[in-house]
Design a protein around this ligand. Structure first.
Ligand code: ADP
Ligand code: MG
Length: 396
């Protein structure tokens, strides 16, 4: 009788690839809406130069400032194109074993939910990033196990949108790896795309019900979809090709026939409106509550600033949102941010602040890591079988 645990635990996690990957930032402008059109004094304060990925913000009639982004989407950009540029590279990376984040940031009414969360029930060509990402994940050949959690973060409290009875979910952190998990949240195995659409719809209904009860709007809360991917495969002997989906530099080398496990996580985040609460006149909220609503977004802004300035201290522990996004900014995930803005000068102050948030995020470089583990359970099973086999041999 010998103790496997000690030996195996010490070798269970291997980081195979570590490489720098800058946070990608795209900007999307929504079409002029009725309010923009009805406002006689309003004019467009932004000018897009999509071919050079630049955006000009008119400060007044005489001066404007120009900003560089990774991509600039005009009001006529299709949902499909936005997905392909913003999210698809992250999804592919997650399928290859890296963690990934896609997040939308912007003022209420500028198209975050349209971009990220739209189901496209009436018109499937209009569905957003969550649905398209899941479609690609489920269509990938190979034995992936796909599970999701769907959460809302409001007033520093995490609510489960799939299991609404659970409304104060604890955020746990692994003391060694720093990995964040939500042990109390429902984790549901996704069977197919229809099943996923049902789950999203349930989530939306629960979000609506919870917000009615709390007397708030969904623009005040963050919606967070977590997708957990897991793939087991047999490590090949040296010199043999790996069994992963793609043969590129992210590919996993041979592991001498050991059963291996690749785990990765995709976070898709539809943030609360970035506008300052006191300006938008939220009725029925006390000042203290308004401060609390702002806390997570304010903390996120502080972390982005600190990271952009290479500050030695990043205040990730200040809010639930920044704890949840620890891996996404300054961590090991591949991250793509889409900022959404309105075209009209009416919103100039919020538009300028959203642009600055995006500009700072572009300076952040994450160190993406491919995580591979020995499949501990099947390795133990294999060892036990070997021991049984040897014992039988000896007794013969
Ligand atoms: P947010 O989630 O940022 O508050 P929404 O996604 O709810 O904003 O968008 C507000 C409204 O504008 C919705 O009716 C949405 O359909 C519309 N809209 C936003 N972006 C676009 C776009 N790019 N094309 C067409 N309609 C859009
Ligand atoms: Mg929204």
């Amino acid at each position: 009788d010998f103790d496997n645990d000690g030996i195996l635990h010490s070798i269970i996690l291997i980081f195979l690839t570590t490489e720098p990957a800058r946070v990608r930032v795209s900007v999307r402008v929504r079409p002029r809406n009725d309010e923009d059109l009805a406002d006689a004094d309003s004019y467009d304060c932004i000018e897009l130069q999509p071919e050079v990925k630049r955006l000009k913000l008119r400060k007044n009639n005489w001066s404007s400032e120009s900003y560089q982004f990774d991509e600039v989407f005009t009001e006529s950009a299709s949902q499909k194109r936005v997905y392909e540029v913003v999210a698809k590279p992250v999804v592919e990376s997650v399928l290859n074993g890296f963690n990934g984040t896609v997040m939308a940031y912007g003022q209420t009414g500028t198209g975050k939910t349209h971009t990220v969360g739209r189901l496209g029930k009436e018109d499937p060509s209009e569905c957003g990033i969550m649905v398209r990402a899941m479609k690609d994940i489920l269509a990938t050949s190979g034995s992936f196990n796909v599970e999701i959690s769907y959460l809302q973060l409001y007033l520093e409290s995490v609510q489960d949108l799939l299991l609404p009875e659970k409304n104060n979910i604890h955020i746990a952190e692994d003391s060694k790896t720093g990995e964040v998990s939500l042990p109390g949240a429902a984790v549901i195995k996704v069977r197919d795309l229809d099943h996923f659409l049902q789950l999203l719809q349930i989530g939306e209904a629960n979000r609506h019900a919870a917000n009615t009860k709390l007397n708030t709007e969904s623009s005040r809360s963050h919606a967070i979809l977590m997708v957990y991917l897991q793939k087991t495969y047999q490590g090949k002997a040296e010199n043999e090709k790996s069994s992963l989906t793609k043969h590129n530099k992210n590919d996993v080398p041979a592991r001498n026939g050991a059963p291996m496990l690749i785990k990765s996580k995709l976070l898709i985040v539809d943030l609360a409106g970035s506008e300052r609460i006191d300006k938008s006149g939220s009725e029925g909220h006390m000042l203290e509550e308004a401060k609390f609503i702002n806390l997570s977004l304010t903390s996120l802004g502080k972390c982005i600033n600190a990271l952009a300035e290479n500050s030695p201290h990043i205040p990730t522990r200040d809010s639930k949102l920044t704890r949840l996004l620890r891996d996404s900014f300054g961590g090991s995930a591949r991250t793509s941010l889409i900022i959404t803005i309105g075209p009209s000068a009416r919103n100039r102050a919020e538009t300028a602040s959203t642009i600055m948030f995006g500009q700072r995020a572009m300076k952040i470089v994450n160190m993406v890591k491919l995580k591979e583990e020995y499949d501990y359970e099947s390795l133990c099973r294999k060892l036990e079988n070997q021991v049984d086999h040897l014992t039988a041999e000896l007794e013969r």
